[in-house]
Design a protein around this ligand. Structure first.
Ligand code: C2O
Ligand code: CU
Length: 460
């Protein structure tokens, strides 16, 4: 059962031109033959189809809006020209119901990316509009990993009532606290948590956290996978070890999983982001009775070549502070909104709870750039979380270098597009501002984004 499901995702053929149609529909989220959930879907499935193309290609996607409200599509992690980035107002006008928009996406970077709407994101993504976008390395490079097969996991959670229907959005508690946490966890749109593996096989596992708010910390004991890429960008292969794999909303990882277990044994994929006593089973791997695929274990996977991201020149960088404030249990006294200083009470009355550098945008049209970045120079942005909540912070249009505190305690620099900040943590991101335009910088907890935690930086 679950094998068939994953097989559907594993066999997606390379595409260069595709049509995505966003429309209401039903999906069997909880059990395959249980009550279906009323959702919003791309091409009838949640997640939507896996879009796949080769590095260097241009992917053309025709998006048709059959929803009852306007939408756009953002290609999370792809470094595309700003008019293809899917942000209302700064990239394009919203796609009205009944209308279409064609995106042309140059694929500079190979890796694991994803797509989702960028209007009313909490609700549109929360109702099921999201999917993988995979950019393949040239086959001879992928072959160096020696993976026997590839598995793709879209991790998501859903807030469902007892009839398996989606609970209402725009909840003030989830906005001011940790975001909309679901009560049903799904992998590739199904609450099935069993799959088969074969002794001795090597699996390439692509993971994406498509949940509105939940952060995962994944462990695969007794297996110890290699991490080979984060947010699409290769890292020197390293065993995950006990630190586990942190995935904030919007983040991705590529792993190599060597099934070094005997036939009949079991491994469990566990999420314990809220501590070991609240651990959730994400997936159980049952090793089939078939004879091991190989007798001697494979050597460690080779590193993938890095993507063409220009290396920041830290000795000649401009530094900019960005401070996040607000939310429950914070002492923020007020903030600027629409050019006026408001008290916290007035801010909350307007349905906002968070501010960036003391500013709260009332909508996309009313965002003044937080920063103006000189083009082709290295910029260091100091992200400071002065709140009591974790925030996965995402920058559009660029990938940045970061000493990610969630990845081997910040020992190595990695390239990402989303970084997870713990409460009271400060993290520096560095990048060359080589993509002109006005770019979103926001929290990927979509309820935080909707209630003030978003802004733009301009590259000129
Ligand atoms: Cu994945 Cu601005 O978003
Ligand atoms: Cu947040």
């Amino acid at each position: 059962m679950s094998l068939g499901l994953i097989g559907r995702f594993a066999s997606a053929a390379p595409e260069r031109s595709i049509r995505l149609s966003a429309a209401p529909g039903m999906a069997p989220l909880v059990v395959p033959d249980g009550p279906p959930t009323q959702t919003w879907l791309f091409n009838g499935t949640a997640p939507g189809p896996v879009l796949r193309a080769k590095q260097g290609d241009t992917l053309v996607v025709d998006v048709e809006n059959r929803l009852p409200e306007p939408t756009t599509v953002h290609w999370h992690g792809l470094r595309v020209p700003v008019e293809q980035d899917g942000v209302p107002h700064f990239s394009q006008s919203p796609i009205k119901p009944g209308e279409s928009f064609t995106y042309e996406l140059p694929l500079h970077d190979a890796g694991t990316f994803w797509y989702h709407p960028h209007i009313n994101s909490s609700e549109q993504i929360g109702r099921g509009l999201h999917g993988f976008l995979i950019v393949d390395e040239p086959p001879e490079i992928a072959a160096r990993l020696a993976a026997d097969r590839e598995i793709i996991w879209a991790l998501d959670d859903w807030r469902l009532d007892q009839h398996a229907q989606i609970m209402p959005f725009k909840n003030r508690h989830s906005m001011s606290h940790g975001g909309r946490l679901g009560n049903v966890l799904t992998v590739n749109g199904s609450h099935v948590t069993r799959t088969e593996a074969r002794s001795g096989e090597r699996i390439r596992l692509r993971l994406c956290n498509m949940a509105n708010a939940r952060s995962f910390r994944l462990l695969f004991a007794p297996l110890d996978p290699w991490v080979i890429a984060l947010d699409g960008h290769p890292v020197p292969p390293r065993r995950l070890g006990e630190s586990g794999l942190w995935l904030g909303s919007g983040q991705r990882a590529d792993l190599i999983l060597d099934v070094d277990l005997s036939p009949g044994e079991q491994a469990r994929g566990i999420d314990d982001a809220f501590g070991p006593d609240q651990a959730i089973e994400v997936m159980t791997w049952n090793v089939s009775g078939a004879a091991p695929l190989r007798e001697t274990p494979l050597p460690p996977p080779e590193a993938l070549p890095s993507n063409p991201v220009v290396k920041p020149d830290l000795s000649n960088a401009m530094t900019h502070p960005i401070v996040f404030e607000g939310g429950a249990m914070d002492s923020m006294s007020g903030a600027m909104m629409n050019g006026q200083m408001l008290t916290m009470r007035q801010v909350a009355a307007a349905g906002k709870f968070w501010a960036i550098n003391g500013e709260i945008p009332s909508g996309y049209q009313n965002m003044r750039p937080l920063l103006s970045l000189q083009r082709n120079r290295t910029h260091i942005i100091q992200l400071e979380n002065r709140t009591q909540w974790p925030h996965p912070i995402h920058l559009h249009g660029h990938s940045f270098e970061v000493n990610d505190p969630r990845y081997f305690s910040g020992e190595t620099t990695v390239i990402r597009d989303t970084v997870l900040l713990a409460p009271d943590e400060q993290v520096e991101i560095a990048f060359v501002a080589d993509n002109p335009g006005t770019w979103m910088l926001h929290c990927h907890v979509l309820e935080h984004q909707a209630s003030g935690m978003m802004g733009v930086v301009e590259v000129t």
